[in-house]
Write a protein that binds this ligand. Structure first.
Ligand code: NAD
Length: 259
């Protein structure tokens, strides 16, 4: 219950979906939180949800764009200035981008998705790892995707960025294991977050729930994952219990990747 007592957990994309669910889970287990998102108002929502379940949680909220290296350096510095350390980092903020065949995929769209999902994760690693190496401890979870393990189609920018996140995870994991730091990625399948709800509503604003049902029909479990299910996994991976899991990717997808 108190797995994260006295531990400081930094989370990007904390205003919604997987970041929010993970913030709630680690706070329930005693963590202090540094929450980062591009959308400041969404961080207030997460803060209120955290305080409902863990009223004593110490927390700072930082509005920042992870695609901007200066902003990343700043959120890391702010966290260390306030809490003195970073025990765990959920390097999670990401966007989906528009879907299109490769030949029609706009370079602006490609770069936009890559700048958030890949550059953002790289900047986070770069600045947090410096802190963790000096501390001599830490754990990092990067958010990849099923689309970072296999092809899903129509998502050049997303696929390139999420495969890149897997590459960064493997590379940094082998570099930093010797300093007592473990780095892993998660590969979620379809999880019902505001991101996925938004995509379904783009397809059919009226009957998006029906579209969703058809979408998960090929999944062995025939349902979407829940954000809190990802929260449990992230909490475990950020805890000391998962220290020997390093430089690898853990799917959480109902079996979709292996079908
Ligand atoms: P979400 O849209 O619900 O939440 C993402 C959060 O990240 C939002 O609060 C958003 O404001 C924030 N964000 C976006 N761009 C940012 C930026 N440049 N700087 C800072 N914050 C930014 O989405 P989610 O489903 O919770 O997705 C979280 C992560 O999980 C993403 O990396 C996504 O690619 C990945 N993922 C999600 C699914 C899924 O099915 N939901 C599947 C695989 C991977």
């Amino acid at each position: 219950d108190n797995r994260f007592g006295s531990k400081v957990i930094l989370i990007t994309g904390a205003g919604s979906g997987l970041g929010q669910a993970s913030a709630i889970q680690v706070a329930k287990e005693g963590a202090k939180l540094s929450l980062v998102d591009l959308n400041g108002a969404s961080l207030e929502e997460t803060k209120n949800k955290v305080l409902e379940v863990a009223p004593k949680t110490e927390m700072i909220l930082i509005t920042a764009n992870v695609a901007d290296e200066k902003a990343v350096e700043n959120y890391v510095n702010e966290t260390v200035k306030y809490f003195g350390k970073i025990d765990g980092f959920f390097n999670n903020a990401g966007i989906e981008g528009k879907q299109n065949l490769t030949e029609d995929f706009g370079i602006d769209e490609f770069q936009k998705v890559v700048s958030v999902n890949l550059n953002g994760v790289f900047y986070g690693l770069k600045h947090v790892l410096k802190v963790m190496r000096e501390q001599g401890f830490g754990s990092i979870v990067n958010t990849a995707s099923v689309g970072g393990i296999r092809g899903v189609g129509s998502q050049s920018g997303y696929a390139a960025s999420k495969h890149g996140v897997v590459g960064l995870t493997r590379n940094s994991g082998i570099e930093y294991g010797q300093y007592g730091i473990s780095i892993k990625a998660i590969a979620p399948g379809a999880i019902m977050t505001p991101m996925v709800e938004g995509s379904l509503k783009q397809i059919d604003p009226e009957n998006w729930e029906e579209v969703g049902k058809q979408f998960v029909e090929p999944n062995p479990m025939k349902r979407f994952g829940k954000p809190e299910e990802v929260g449990y996994l992230v909490a475990f991976l950020l805890s000391e219990q998962a220290d020997f899991i390093n430089a690898t990717v853990i799917p959480i997808d109902g079996g979709q990747s292996y079908k």
